[in-house]
Design a protein around this ligand. Structure first.
Ligand SMILES: Nc1ncnc2c1ncn2[C@@H]1O[C@H](COP(=O)(O)OP(=O)(O)OP(=O)(O)O)[C@@H](O)[C@H]1O
Length: 706
């Protein structure tokens, strides 16, 4: 137990430093505001050079001000007392005083690394490590670790008992928190692993894989901002719900150059959230679909005419089906992409007609070029070409799989009869506008690569001067310049040249999805995090490994394993662990570091009582925990359960399917019908393991009798 007055004295010491830091922060903010207004004043000079300079000044000053504002809360969170007698304060930003002396070291700077890495066995020159908790500009608590007692001076005090546990007991909000203040050594090693190659981070539930991946992105931006901000960082997560959950972590680290995308949102213009049953997802995700789609991408479009008949100067010109097919096959030789070689196909038809016209010896036949121009002017001929070789969108071609005869042809010798039936049923059941599933998005991307982009007339560029938060009338030149810069920085929807790609929950990325992600990171370095034990993939593991290796290429790999579960209290993780042990008795599991002393509540009720029991359990947890409550359901039950809970304390409550629960975290979890989740063929137990390991405080399971 720390002496009260000793703690107060130490808090007062840190408060004095914090006061200096915030005074300096206010000065820096003032300077940024001044720079902004000086920038505006430059415009009075009136020449173009002054305007450009003003724009640059305003732009940088505004960026700096924004950064200082977003990092205000909890700005300083650590202190190191070093062997060398030096004292370093660690925080979210590096801050210097007016004489360039260091007031705060940025957490990503090499000098801050010992804050995360020093241990009593390896103190790395640190005598005492101090964690500083604050609210607004007030220090509220201190936790010390004496790492090198022999080197401590007699007056050096240590106070507190466990900043990490204090951080873990905080209520969960809608968005994920950053962990900069309490990053643990094994996590820090993964965060600071080399920027090149592939960093692979594995570990059980709650070990901080997501937190590590995101902090690593922030770290990379810090180490080489021009490289990573220039090309951009792509962060891929399993679902839209998850992407929303992690969305606030990076901006809070002061980074805005990362693109966050769900697997269902990687293809431009499509946002799929629906999931397929595991056995259908296994077919759609298999590499064999590439062969199926290749055949589809070369097939005749539905409704395409199978011959051309044209009356020309009284003679009938005719190109029959065999010849048309031969022309198409020639144009599509050697992997040519259908949308991109339309012109080649058209030229083939022109050539066939010209040869015929010559053979027939049509009187007054003009030169070949004039002949072709004459035909191209004819509406009936143009209509034929459009119908014979239409511009195809991947969605059109994917929809062809709903036709049994086509699907059978495309899948012949590639998929089994059962797989064809599963796929056919899935596509016939789906409505073509709302029915796309997450797994379909990778197929669209594959088709896009196979079909190529239709040659479109160039669209006029958007006028950046019209873009400022939807305001059309812009008042000043600097505003217009800012808007123009913003437009210039926006990446096109199908941008593919990221410098770093982060794949979270990588165990659920199917082979076809690896191809889709791989296309976006051909030149990138990678951070891949996941937990094989949590996978919902029921397809061929060897094929999955092949696809993953192909996407990641031959880049060197750096492996890290995280071993501590920071999310679940031991009582809750014990239930999850027992579940995964059913299928994997020897799996090494992480250690849960916290205990609440409260066991999960297990209820079993007849189906008629499910609704009232779930409602009561949810209300009980809303009253018991201060933060969020997640209700996790089997996929087919989500809408029904959400209906029961309609109108309850909405912002704190979220209803998700067992698949959407991947990566998520709630203070309280009500798990509906776990038996049904377990019974899902192939991946049921693993999905249930995920669902059981989402809670930070309380877990109630409501199962059905019988
Ligand atoms: N060093 C840490 N300090 C404080 N909190 C931490 C730390 N590491 C992880 N956490 C917290 O533990 C929780 C789990 O972290 P995270 O979601 O990153 O784990 P995960 O390994 O991705 O889990 P899962 O595989 O179950 O999705 C989060 O609330 C995170 O903030």
């Amino acid at each position: 137990m720390t002496d009260r007055t000793e703690l107060e004295q130490e808090i007062a010491v840190e408060q004095r430093h914090l006061d200096r830091v915030y005074t300096r922060l206010a000065e820096l903010r003032q300077a940024a505001v001044r720079a902004e207004s000086d920038g505006y004043r430059l415009a009075r000079v009136g020449n173009f050079g002054a305007l450009v300079e003003r724009d640059a000044m305003v732009f940088h000053a505004a960026q700096r001000r924004h950064l200082l504002d977003t990092e205000h809360e909890g700005l300083v969170f650590g202190r190191l007392d070093l062997h060398s007698q030096q004292v370093l304060h660690v925080g979210r930003l590096g801050i210097r005083d007016e004489t360039a002396g260091t007031l705060v070291v940025d957490w990503r700077a090499p000098a801050a690394a010992p804050f995360y890495r020093a241990t009593p066995a390896q103190p790395l020159g640190v005598v005492r490590r101090r964690m500083i908790q604050s609210t607004g500009e007030r220090v509220t608590g201190i936790e010390d670790d004496l790492l090198d007692p022999a080197a401590a001076s007699p007056e050096m005090t240590t106070v507190g008992d466990g900043a990490l546990l204090a951080a873990l007991s905080q209520a969960t909000g809608r968005g994920m928190r950053d962990i900069v203040a309490t990053i643990q050594r094994e996590q820090d090693e993964a965060i600071r692993s080399p920027g090149s190659g592939v960093t692979v981070v594995s570990g059980g539930p709650g070990t901080g894989k997501t937190a590590v991946a995101l902090h690593r992105a922030a770290y990379l931006l810090y180490t080489d901002r021009s490289r990573y901000a220039g090309g951009g960082i792509l962060v891929v997560g399993p679902s839209a719900v998850f992407v929303e959950y992690i969305g606030s972590v990076l901006p809070s680290l002061g980074e805005e150059t990362a693109t966050l995308a769900a697997l269902g949102g990687l293809f431009p213009g499509v946002t799929a959230t629906r999931t397929d049953p595991a056995e259908v997802a296994a077919v759609k995700g298999s590499l064999r679909m590439r062969r199926v789609l290749e055949r589809a991408a070369r097939d005749t479009a539905p409704g395409a005419p199978d011959e051309l008949r044209l009356l020309y100067r009284g003679e009938l010109l005719r190109v029959d089906r065999r010849e048309l097919n031969a022309i198409r096959d020639r144009a599509l030789r050697r992997g040519a992409r259908r949308n991109e070689v339309r012109r080649v196909g058209f030229d083939g038809v022109f050539a066939a007609l010209w040869a015929q016209a010559r053979r027939l010896g049509i009187p007054g036949l003009p030169q070949q070029r004039a002949f072709e121009e004459e035909l191209a002017d004819r509406t009936d001929f143009r209509e034929f070409l459009k119908a014979w070789w239409p511009r195809l969108h991947p969605r059109h071609v994917l929809a062809w799989l709903a036709q049994p005869e086509r699907l059978r042809r495309y899948a012949a010798d590639v998929l089994s009869a059962d797989e064809v039936r599963l796929l056919g049923d899935a596509y016939r059941a789906g409505d073509s506008t709302v029915g796309l599933t997450v797994a379909d998005v990778a197929l669209l991307d594959e088709l896009d690569a196979l079909l190529g982009r239709p040659m479109k007339p160039a669209r006029p560029r958007r006028d950046p001067f019209q873009l400022a938060g939807g305001v059309r009338e812009l008042s000043t030149f600097a505003d217009r310049q800012r808007a123009a810069r913003q437009a210039a920085r926006q990446r096109p929807e199908d941008y593919r040249e990221y410098t770093h790609v982060v794949v979270d929950e990588s165990q659920d990325v199917s082979p076809m999805q690896w191809r889709m992600i791989g296309r976006r990171g051909r030149l990138a370095s990678w951070t891949v995090v996941g937990d094989p034990a949590q996978t919902a993939w029921t397809g061929d593991p060897a094929e999955l490994a092949r696809a993953r290796d192909h996407a990641l290429g031959r880049r060197p790999r750096h492996h890290f394993t995280l071993t501590t579960n920071y999310r679940n209290p031991a009582e809750i993780f014990a239930v999850a662990a027992a579940e995964i042990r059913r299928v994997d008795p020897d799996l090494p599991l992480p250690i849960a570091v916290r205990s609440t002393g409260v066991d999960p509540v297990r209820l079993t009720v007849p189906p008629a009582e499910l609704e009232t029991t779930v409602l009561a359990a949810v209300n009980a947890l809303l009253a018991e925990v201060p933060g969020t409550v997640g209700v996790v359901t089997p996929v087919p039950r989500r809408a029904e359960v959400a209906g029961w809970l309609d109108g309850l304390d909405a912002p704190r409550l979220q209803v998700v399917t067992s698949l959407e629960a991947k990566g998520m975290e709630y203070d309280g979890v009500v798990l509906v019908a776990p038996g049904e989740i377990r019974a899902e063929p192939g991946s049921g137990v693993r999905t249930l393991y995920v669902a059981l390991s989402r809670a930070t405080q309380r877990l109630t399971t409501v199962d059905l009798t019988g």
